[in-house]
Ligand binder design. Structure first.
Ligand SMILES: O=P(O)(O)OC[C@@H](O)[C@@H](O)c1c[nH]c2ccccc12
Length: 262
């Protein structure tokens, strides 16, 4: 469970000579009954971990693709409680580690201790809380530790060296290296100094460094992973899943499986 399950998944990928691929999906996009099938598909397609988003009314870090998916999920009546319940019911059908992405408000509304326990019961291994700065995380860290839920921290291109050191020291499971200044969403070009930034993070961080935001093609996956341990792909996966294009998802994941490509 938790941190160890994440560490084991990344280690397995590394030992094969591959890079990690973490697809992000919006829980309940397509209805909550589709979730189990979606998770099993991603596991079979070779994903390392799944990042599962919880729809929220005020998604400040999300670009248009994920916002729309969130609206579809909300229209399907999806809530944090319903997602955790569904994950608990379907726990035995999957092995892939699950990282939940939720803003801080729904966690408070749930109650931090109850939420952490419900995550453990649901087989959730890690958590990303994008609107929770390092200074505030003491509000959840004890409860997460008690229930063995890894807290994945995000580093921004604009983070100072001192802050990066602190984030790299504290993060659990992996370090989420945000590759852009802005919101989520497919992009065609990246920042000039991105490779340098990823190299710097990789040097400082003991757990895997994964690049995310704007990663949307097999070329992006191949290029970025020469400077880090893997990628997170959100908007492109959400879009392809919505269209039912499973082959292109397999192709994207395949770009991280270097041992198979060569
Ligand atoms: O959609 P993109 O550009 O591929 O980026 C990943 C991202 O969607 C996913 O990790 C995510 C969705 N919402 C977030 C909010 C904050 C941080 C990360 C996320």
């Amino acid at each position: 469970m938790g941190k160890e399950k994440l560490n084991a998944a990344f280690l397995k990928v590394k030992e094969r000579g591959d890079k990690a691929f973490v697809p992000y999906i919006m829980a309940g996009d397509g209805g909550l009954d589709a979730l189990e099938e979606q998770l099993v598909f991603l596991e079979d397609a070779g994903a390392t971990v799944v990042e599962l988003g919880i729809a929220f009314s005020d998604p400040v870090a999300d670009g248009p693709t994920i916002q729309e998916a969130g609206l579809r999920a909300l229209a399907n009546g999806v809530s944090l409680r319903a997602v955790l319940e569904k994950l608990k019911q379907t726990k035995s059908s999957r092995h892939i580690p699950i990282v939940l992405m939720t803003y801080v408000n729904p966690i408070y509304a749930y109650g931090v201790a109850d939420f952490a326990k419900a995550c453990e019961d649901a087989g959730v291994d890690g958590l990303i809380i994008p609107d929770m700065p390092l200074e505030e995380e003491g509000l959840v860290t004890r409860e997460l530790k008690d229930h063995d839920i890894a807290l994945i921290r995000l580093a921004a291109l604009t983070s100072t060296d001192d802050r990066i050191t602190e984030i790299a020291n504290r993060t659990e499971g992996f370090l989420y290296a945000v590759t852009v200044t802005g919101t989520t969403g497919a992009r065609s070009t990246f920042h000039d100094r991105l490779n340098e930034y990823l190299d710097r993070l990789s040097k400082q961080c003991e757990v895997p460094v994964l690049a995310g935001f704007g990663v949307s093609t097999p070329e992006h996956v191949k290029n970025l992973t020469t400077h880090c341990d893997g990628v997170v792909v959100g908007s492109r996966i959400v879009d392809l899943l919505h269209k039912g294009d499973h082959d292109t998802i397999r192709e994207l994941i395949g770009a991280a499986q270097i041992s198979k490509v060569n």
